[in-house]
Ligand binder design. Structure first.
Ligand SMILES: [Zn+2]
Length: 434
């Protein structure tokens, strides 16, 4: 494959059309006369069952949007028909591969689909027959040229075929202290399981395992039990993806919650990638949570968290893992999504806090990321730094402040997830192989 190593332009990447992934759709399949490769240098990523406005996805669908697909799943991609254009666009789908030095993608065409028209929308149905999680990309074309019409209001629905049960695995990394309310790791695991069973009501959480990184069968030596682990400083990979997919039957497919001493980012107690999609090992297989939080950007200034704050953070980050966005977007969210239209999650049953948006209260240093990584900020710590007292009252009075996917943790009690959020959690859990 070395001939592909330095190729940067899609236009140079005409590979033979593969019949390897045969198309089994009922929808009529195009005749493969033309291949129109995506020509975007930068790809926007789109996850299924995401109801946010996603104007950038709509605007880029024709020239290339990246889709994360899962084995044994069926998908429905649709957008509003442009009444001013009579030609019907063909959707071409490409399996993406990284080149040898991971500097560029190349694509192989795997589908050409014609839509059905339904309620003024073009609707494309396809199955994913991949053996593993894969990245695909789109193009829309007419007779070998890019489609000229608008592609507004894109929607992508995914239906998976895996179980709606899963387990948790709390991985304790390095030295910890008890929480501020004197809770150790074993008790924290018990509280976490109870909280999941109380709030993740659309799915079943079978059990929680607890494993210690220093006892990992192959990596244990890298994670001494007597040193505080500072995620983002102690190793290059803040998320410790190598610990995901714990090598033990039954534990391997559990959701891995990596519990460290502290995350080396100001005011941040938890991290997860949006729509991680991976309950096995490797990239995007973990949720990260700290025992302490760094205050005021000063590594010597930290606050010990309570077990309640940590459990709430795990519930919140796991929401991101399953594809839930913040109910109201933060400045960091805009920077990460590169889409100013995503001011909220797009769900009808979660309110948005306009005050929060207008006042840009949720300032947070932007985290450079290959994909979406959304932090949760500890409200009462954050509040002391950035929020004037009048602002703190505004935050607490946000109509979405009691939802688990509100971007800051507050002293107010959480009520839980909305029905639509619970529906997304279940749908996406069933997409993820486990
Ligand atoms: Zn968050």
């Amino acid at each position: 494959m070395s001939f592909l190593s330095y190729i940067k332009k899609w236009s140079l990447l005409f590979l033979p059309v593969s019949l390897f992934f045969a198309c089994s759709d009922e929808i009529s399949t195009a005749d493969d006369e033309y291949t129109v490769f995506p020509d975007n240098d930068y790809f926007f990523s789109y996850a299924p069952n995401d109801y946010a406005a996603n104007d950038s996805i709509s605007a880029n669908l024709t020239h290339g949007v990246k889709l994360m697909v899962h084995p044994k799943a069926s998908y429905e991609l649709s957008f509003k028909k442009d009444p001013s254009v009579s030609e019907v666009p063909e959707l071409q789908l490409f399996h993406l591969y990284l080149n040898e030095d991971s500097t560029a993608y190349y694509g192989k065409k795997i589908r050409s689909l014609h839509p059905v028209e339904n309620n003024g929308r073009y609707v494309y149905n396809f199955d994913c027959e991949e053996k593993d999680i894969a990245e695909w990309a789109t193009s829309l074309s007419v007779d070998g040229e890019f489609y000229k019409g608008r592609t507004d209001s894109v929607r992508w629905i995914g239906r998976g075929s895996f179980s709606d049960h899963f387990s948790l695995n709390l991985i304790v990394v390095g030295e910890h202290t008890l929480t501020s309310d004197d809770v150790g790791a074993e008790e924290l695991a018990r509280k976490t399981l109870l909280a999941f069973r109380r709030y993740y009501t659309s799915v079943t959480v079978d059990t929680i395992y607890i494993r210690y990184a220093n006892e990992h069968p192959t990596l244990g030596d890298k994670y001494p039990a007597d040193e505080p682990w500072l995620a983002g400083r102690s190793s290059e990979d803040m998320f410790l993806y190598e610990l995901g997919g714990w090598p033990e039957n039954g534990v391997r497919e559990a959701l891995d919650i990596v519990y460290v001493y502290r995350i080396e980012r100001d005011m941040t107690i938890g991290y997860a990638s949006l729509f991680s999609g991976n309950l096995g090992g490797g990239r995007f297989s973990t949720v990260l949570v700290g025992n302490h939080v760094m205050v005021n950007g000063d590594p010597k200034n930290e606050r010990l968290l309570s077990s309640g704050e940590i459990v709430e953070t795990i519930l919140h980050e796991t929401g991101h893992f399953f594809g839930l966005r913040h109910t109201t977007s933060t400045m960091n969210d805009f920077a990460v999504s590169r889409d100013a239209s995503i001011i909220e999650d797009g769900l009808e049953d979660t309110p948005v806090c306009m005050e929060l948006l207008q006042r840009k209260l949720m300032k947070q240093p932007v985290v450079e990321s290959p994909r979406f990584q959304l932090p949760v900020m500890p409200g009462n710590v954050y509040e002391r730094i950035y929020w004037a007292s009048s602002d703190a009252m505004i935050i607490a009075s946000c109509p979405d402040a009691s939802n688990f996917m509100f971007p800051a943790s507050l002293d107010e009690p959480f009520e839980g997830f909305s029905e639509q959020q619970l529906d997304i959690i279940r749908r996406n859990l069933m997409l993820f192989p486990h």
